[in-house]
Write a protein that binds this ligand. Structure first.
Ligand code: GLU
Length: 288
């Protein structure tokens, strides 16, 4: 049996906090225990929010925690051609279409539709795409005009092509879901898989990278539990192997909210500057 492959995949759009430490340590410890490999991946496709100083801080903070990783580290912005190739495959299957609305136009469309009741939201609370771009007659012309666009997955068509899907959950979902979990990607609507200025998206890049890096075990927070349905769908359509998933609960602040990268009280750099040790971080995150 080849060794299991784990990864920690932060986005360098802020400094890491205790929640990241917990997730990174859970992955690192599991890899060590199972005689496996531990990879670090930098998910920096959002050029407007990711910054080199945050990436440098990731290495420093993880090193402080005693975590070691294989090099070279995969940085997503270095591999845009891989994501473009996957988009080309999806396009060839007729599963992508461009939409042109701005965020404000989407909000206005949702408002207009809400006169008839609440418009459906995805698990992150964002309204499902309400536009009509899928059947827009002039879309090729608008594309050629150079207008900004988002490439969306035709979710109905993708689900029909993929058929029923489950994923293997070795942890549990927010409501205790575990084992073979039924994937319901349709709850996300026609997700954006790329934009004119960024030829990929979180969902697409994560699936391609996990496959290219041979990741066998995805250990990550509950906040990404429902996204797994979209990941499973893309894996099936693109003929990619499926890792096992283990979603873990999140560390919350005193008000019960998920930690954010901007909250300094739980930031690893602040805790380190305040004299905390890596062992204390392990204790604080429930790992000792
Ligand atoms: N880059 C994602 C984040 O920082 C995590 C991706 C994943 O683990 O699948 O939230």
């Amino acid at each position: 049996m080849p060794p299991p492959v784990f990864r920690f995949a932060p986005s360098p759009n802020g400094f890491l906090h205790l929640g990241h430490a917990r997730s990174a340590l859970l992955n690192f410890d599991a890899a060590r225990r199972g005689g496996g490999r531990f990879l670090l991946r930098i998910e920096d496709i959002d050029a407007t929010r990711c910054r080199p100083e945050f990436e440098a801080a990731v290495y420093e903070d993880l090193g402080w925690l005693g975590i070691t990783w294989e090099t070279p580290v995969r940085r997503q912005s270095d591999h845009l051609a891989d994501y473009r190739a996957a988009l080309d495959r999806l396009a060839a299957l007729g599963l992508l279409y461009p939409s042109f609305e701005s965020r404000a136009e989407i909000a206005a469309l949702v408002n207009a539709r809400e006169t008839g009741g609440i418009w459906p939201r995805d698990p992150d609370g964002a309204p499902l795409y309400p536009g009509a771009a899928k059947s827009l007659p002039a879309r090729e012309r608008r594309l050629r005009s150079g207008a900004p666009f988002a490439l969306r997955l035709d979710m109905d068509a993708a689900c029909k092509l993929a058929g029923d899907l489950t994923w293997t959950e070795r942890g549990s979902g927010p409501n205790g879901e575990t084992g073979a979990v039924v994937a319901r990607p349709e709850i996300w609507g026609d997700v954006v898989l790329a934009r004119k200025e960024t030829p990929t998206s979180y969902h697409l890049a994560v699936v391609i990278d996990d496959a290219l890096q041979g990741v066998t075990d995805v250990v990550r927070g509950h906040d990404l539990f429902w996204s797994t349905a979209v990941h499973r769908l893309l894996q099936k359509i693109l003929d990619l192997p499926q890792p096992a998933y283990r979603h873990h609960d999140l560390i919350r602040d005193d008000a019960g909210k998920k930690l954010s990268k901007s909250s300094s009280s739980t930031g690893l750099r602040e805790l380190r500057a305040g004299g905390m040790t890596a062992e204390e971080v392990r204790r604080l995150t429930g790992l000792l």
